[in-house]
Write a protein that binds this ligand. Structure first.
Ligand code: AMP
Ligand code: MN
Ligand code: MN
Length: 329
């Protein structure tokens, strides 16, 4: 039913503003461009914005050059704002939030359990592997032409959010949608190569340094790693080059929760949580003002790196105790 309403808005709207979250990932970018290119094909005026620069890794995606900084858009007005892959409107960034507030209709399309239903219309499907998957299903139902360029963007959204179909959110449904996208001409081999086989040497050097910080709790259930800012400076890496590092602590045998601490500034740390089978890291991240999914979540915590590590690890240990208590009763 809601999907029908979304379709109506896509058909009737004229001036669209498409936005997603801070530090955009593959699902954010793929969804923005997949939907943006389609709406353009339908003859709409479409503005696509990102609060942070989109990582160069995604520069091969068709339409990449259409993504604009919100600071350049103040003179424009939009009838429909579409927020993709974003738990709350604040995560689009201050400037974009202002632009979205002036839209007549605010559409929220997402798959995070922690979504706050901030739109006039909210299509939040927590069973979807990626927001790009939801976009694909809507476009397919609308019967609009899906070009190979659009298909590549939506395929990349699914591939990146499922960790190349390895994470627990991988479903028969998302494999079927990915298969349809391949049938429509998604450039899967090129995407794989450009996403996963074009690592910079400096990011390998960063990995080498960060691995030396790898620690495991006494009971072996929690493992963590840190990216102190000085490592970024010494290797010349940007914060976006830490994307997959959280998988190293998580991948250790017996570990249930993997954590990565990325030092953004002297007083700010971005924390990523991943769990293997039973810990709801969305709730854990929520206790620090963040959110995400049951098996992948994040938050930003203020304090020194050491202080944030100490607080987050203490909370994680307590959380695990509660989770174990709950499963044994
Ligand atoms: P990350 O650890 O940054 O890769 O994020 C894992 C998942 O949690 C992604 O789906 C993010 O969109 C979500 N997430 C990360 N940080 C936050 C936050 N501060 N608030 C809400 N969701 C978040
Ligand atoms: Mn995302
Ligand atoms: Mn997503």
């Amino acid at each position: 039913m809601i999907k029908r309403d979304v379709e109506n808005i896509f058909r009737k709207g004229n001036n669209f503003l498409l936005a997603s979250h801070l530090n955009p990932d593959g699902d954010a970018v793929g969804s923005l461009l997949g939907l943006g290119l389609t709406l353009r094909e339908l003859g709409k005026n479409v503005t696509i914005t990102s609060p942070h620069p989109v990582p160069r890794t995604f520069s091969f995606l068709p339409g990449y050059e259409l993504i604009q900084e919100p600071g350049n858009l103040n003179s424009l007005t939009f009838d429909v704002g579409v927020v993709l892959d974003c738990t709350e409107v604040e995560r689009t960034g201050k400037e974009t939030e202002g632009l979205l507030k002036n839209c007549n209709t605010l559409l929220n399309i997402d798959h995070h359990v922690s979504n706050t239903n901030f739109g006039n219309l909210n299509l939040v499907d927590t069973d979807a592997a990626a927001t790009g998957e939801l976009i694909f299903e809507i476009l397919e139902e609308m019967g609009v032409p899906i070009t190979p360029e659009i298909a590549t963007n939506l395929y990349v959204a699914i591939v990146t959010d499922t960790g190349s179909f390895q994470h627990q959110n991988t479903t028969a449904r998302c494999h079927r949608n990915a298969a349809s996208l391949l049938g429509l001409g998604a450039a899967h081999a090129r995407a794989y190569q450009l996403l996963y086989e074009e690592r910079s040497l400096k990011s390998m050097r960063l990995l080498e340094k960060c691995l030396r910080t790898l620690s495991v709790s006494e009971d072996g259930l929690v493992a963590w790693m840190a990216v102190p800012q000085k490592y970024l400076i010494e290797t010349g890496c940007g914060i976006e080059e830490c994307e997959d590092l959280v998988n190293y602590p998580k991948s250790i045998s017996g570990v249930e929760v993997g954590i990565l601490f990325k030092q953004v500034s002297n007083n700010e740390v971005k924390v990523s949580f991943r769990s293997k089978s039973y810990v709801d890291v969305n709730s854990l991240a929520a206790s620090f003002g963040g959110g995400g999914h049951e098996r992948a979540a994040g938050c930003t915590v203020h304090g020194t790196l050491k202080d944030v590590e100490r607080r987050v690890l203490a909370a994680t240990v307590n959380f695990l105790l509660d989770a174990k208590g709950a499963t044994s009763t």
